[in-house]
Design a protein around this ligand. Structure first.
Ligand SMILES: NC(=O)c1ccc[n+]([C@@H]2O[C@H](COP(=O)([O-])OP(=O)(O)OC[C@H]3O[C@@H](n4cnc5c(N)ncnc54)[C@H](O)[C@@H]3O)[C@@H](O)[C@H]2O)c1
Length: 340
């Protein structure tokens, strides 16, 4: 018997990541092969034709799980009954734009979208913000949807950073990516993020740090590689992709957004993963900030749960604090605009 379709809303449906996302979702990659979906694509008027064109292509795929596609520039129509909302469309930074201008422009997008989600989305909606600056955009959307929707339903994407970190380790260690568990991205989805392998392990429980030391010629060499090569490469991988490909990360970003929602909905398997979630004060992160932390999901409908009690040494605490300082500064800048 066919089940009721799940409504998935994608903002920026006429953009690059939106385009990469929708076909995979319609093919069943987000919620599994037994769950039909209804897609709602939100755009601004300038992006409507591109989104409408993508909708025509979706029709041409004749996906068995795809029940309906709506394209709209009205947030109240787009989020009506949404169970999953993927907020991808954002105002990009343009030449000469200060951080404050960027935050203000995005507050003008994520504030109204948060209010629309509060007004019309399914009461159990789960929201992932992809559009940058993702953590603070999620903070704004969550504050704007409250009190109708609990703030913990809002998350931001750091899974791409997590996957990038796993990919780098897999290459250096010469093992399949699926064999590396318990990597963590801490902090902001920005150059201040802290990709942390101190708790990461291989399938036989060998610490990744130990395997790196063996591979790279000792503990000191492994530590130097982590600080001088691995961390900056993961944190600045977006710029590397632009330089090599001539265009920003698209398929990998869409893939990470799908990983994020799928694991949140269906459960994490290989240890924990990373997601930016609303802090409840874990690891000294100020309550209410949207900060990337180690998380797991049991796939029981309760969303991501933060892994608590991990030991952080001074190096790790210092790196996390630097990224949290940036999140605090972004929050304060948004507060100064009167948005929060
Ligand atoms: N968190 C991450 O890991 C990550 C990774 C890659 C990209 N990103 C971010 O994702 C965002 C989208 O990237 P892209 O490559 O798809 O960009 P893009 O420019 O191709 O597409 C963005 C789309 O959003 C639309 N849009 C703008 N404002 C909107 C609004 N108010 N409502 C609905 N739609 C709106 C635009 O018209 C455009 O079609 C960017 O902010 C980018 O920086 C985040």
């Amino acid at each position: 018997m066919a089940s009721e379709p799940t409504t998935v809303t994608i903002t920026g449906g006429g953009g690059q990541i939106g385009y990469a996302l929708m076909f995979r979702i319609a093919a069943g990659d987000l919620l599994g092969p037994g769950r039909p979906v209804r897609l709602r694509l939100l755009e601004i008027p300038q992006g409507m034709r591109a989104a409408e064109g993508a909708a025509l292509e979706l029709q041409d795929c004749a996906f068995p799980l795809l029940r309906e596609v709506d394209v709209t520039d009205d947030p109240l129509t787009a989020f009506n009954g949404a169970r999953i909302a993927m907020l991808v469309g954002a105002r990009p930074r343009t030449a000469g734009m200060e951080r404050g201008d960027l935050l203000a422009a995005n507050a003008g997008i994520f504030g109204p979208q948060g209010r629309a989600i509060g007004a019309v989305a399914d009461e159990d909606v789960r929201v992932v913000v992809v559009g940058n600056p993702a953590n603070t955009n999620a903070l704004i959307a969550a504050a704007s949807a409250a009190p109708d929707i609990p703030t913990d339903r809002f998350t931001a994407l750091t899974r791409l950073d997590h996957n990038r970190a796993v990919g780098q380790l897999a290459e250096v260690l010469g093992v399949p990516a699926g064999e590396i568990a318990d990597v963590i991205i801490w902090g902001n989805h920005s150059a201040t993020q802290f990709p942390d392998v101190d708790h990461a392990i291989l399938p036989d429980a060998t610490p990744v740090r130990e395997a790196l030391a063996e591979r790279l010629g000792g503990e000191a060499a492994a530590a130097a590689w982590l600080d001088d090569t691995f961390i900056p490469r993961v944190a600045k991988r977006g710029a590397e992709i632009i330089e090599v490909r001539g265009s920003s990360s698209v398929a990998s970003a869409a893939n990470a957004a799908i990983d994020h929602v799928r694991d949140e909905q269906l459960g994490t398997h290989n240890g924990w993963t990373s997601a930016a979630v609303v802090s409840r004060g874990e690891y000294g992160v100020p309550e209410g900030l949207v900060c990337s932390l180690p998380v797991v999901s049991r796939g029981d409908g309760k969303g991501y749960r933060v892994i608590e009690g991990l030991h952080l040494d001074d190096r790790a605490r210092g790196r996390l604090a630097a990224s949290v300082d940036e999140l605090v500064a972004e929050r304060d800048a948004v507060r100064a605009l009167g948005v929060l």
